[in-house]
Design a binder for this molecule. Structure first.
Ligand code: PMP
Length: 409
């Protein structure tokens, strides 16, 4: 295999080539949103220039082209996650909508029999929907705890699954705060053996190596386009075929019904039954273009480079005294969060931005994790992507050190 020319790869992201606060931008907030390569921007523009029309509805040529792009995108996603069939791929607005679709559907299906367990690692979007549906349905909800290092406590998880009414377990493939990579294939097996369904939130896991739903064995998998080089407003819900066909739809409207009368409606099978209204077909084709780009660079090469960038970052952070890195999971990918002694995380982020370095500070939409597991209110988070350079990591570390000096920490 030819080695990747990372300089060439980086040039596909012209946004990175700019100054912020008079210094070269160092973008280290990729866990929130990744940048979009030129070819994806081009695919969107091309579609609007040449092919745009609503999908499925009409027989004219432009509509047929739009429809073909949408279904081609579904096929690309199917291949990317190794689903058995394209009917298992539902397009949504993102991870949040995907989780809500399943949580609300299961609650409508099971009523007071609704039961969910979420891990303490979860982003709010894979936590609050389960909690709220349980509250509304009068069902049950519990949180699976972590070990001290920030891995899921498997013994505790199993005992929860054995002591509660059967339902669904919600697990992050990669934590957006600690970067913990959970062994979802094994956890899925443990859950299935006890009669539970499993939903995997793969939002932070799509750039790092292979996400293979058949190898994982999960029942549902959710992710967002904007965290894997695609645009905002497009995401995916993968669901096993039989389950998606049975899951009650939660949004009603055009395109999801087979027959409608004054008394009742007959719903389509999956995926259409879960895609009411005009879908974001331009987002879908752009997501497919992003997948093509990622595969063109090489998923393993991307994963390997991101691992090395993160390692350099982690070593640098640990070498700075007065920085507390959160967690020490068995496997960490993508993100690292920390606090700085005597400095507020928001101050750190604002001052770093004044030197061109973009990092995130706050609760990272994971309050149960931060406050209950680590007793901190807010953290600073850095998340390199493959288009970052090792020099940028050094610039960021240097910037953090200067910021700490400024804040007197
Ligand atoms: N889960 C995880 C692990 C995330 O990191 C995020 C985004 N920060 C989400 C879910 C929510 O994704 P979205 O906002 O695209 O719906």
């Amino acid at each position: 295999e030819r080695p990747v020319d990372w300089g060439d790869v980086r040039r596909c992201f012209p946004i990175l080539d700019q100054e912020v606060s008079g210094r070269p931008l160092v973008y280290l907030d990729n866990a929130a949103t990744t940048q979009v390569p030129e070819c994806v921007v081009g695919a969107i523009a091309e579609h609007y220039r040449r092919d745009n029309a609503n999908v499925h509805r009409s027989t004219h040529t432009l509509s047929a082209r739009s429809t073909a792009s949408l279904e081609q995108a579904r096929a690309t996603v199917r291949r990317f996650i190794n689903a058995e069939s394209a009917e298992e791929v539902v397009f949504t607005r993102g991870t949040t909508e995907s989780v809500n679709l399943v949580a609300a559907g299961l609650a409508a299906w099971h009523g007071a029999g609704f039961s969910a367990v979420a891990s303490a690692l979860e982003h709010h979007s894979n936590f609050v929907p389960w909690q709220q549906q349980a509250l509304r349905a009068g069902g049950s909800f519990a949180v699976a705890p972590l070990t001290e290092g920030g891995d899921l406590d498997e013994v505790a998880l199993v005992s929860l699954l054995e002591s509660r009414p059967r339902g669904i377990v919600a697990l992050a493939l990669v934590s957006n705060v600690l970067g913990t990579v959970s062994p979802v294939a094994r956890l899925t097996q443990l859950a299935h053996e006890r009669g539970w369904l499993v939903l995997v939130d793969a939002a932070q896991g799509m750039r790092h190596g292979t996400v293979d739903v058949q190898a994982m064995g999960c029942d549902f998998l959710c992710f967002s386009g904007h965290k894997m080089l695609g645009p905002t407003g497009i995401g995916v819900l993968y669901g096993r075929r039989g389950l998606l066909d049975e899951l009650p739809p939660t949004a009603f409207g055009g395109e999801m019904v087979e027959e409608v009368s004054g008394e009742r409606s007959l719903f389509e099978r999956a995926p259409l039954r879960h895609e009411a209204g005009t879908p974001n077909y331009v987002g879908a084709l752009a997501l497919a273009a992003a997948i093509d780009f990622l595969e063109g660079v090489g998923r393993e090469a991307v994963a390997e480079r991101e691992r090395r960038l993160l390692m350099r970052l982690e070593e640098g952070l640990r070498a700075l005294g007065r920085v507390r890195v959160l967690g020490a999971p068995r496997r960490r990918e993508g993100v690292i969060s920390f606090t700085v002694e005597n400095a507020h995380p928001l101050d750190v982020a604002v001052l770093m931005d004044k030197r061109g370095v973009a990092v995130r500070a706050g609760r990272q939409c994971a309050q149960p994790l931060l406050t209950e597991a680590y007793a901190v209110d807010r953290v600073v988070r850095m998340s390199p992507a493959f288009y970052n350079t090792f020099e940028e990591i050094d610039v960021a570390l240097d910037c953090l050190e200067r910021t700490m000096a400024l804040l007197g920490s």
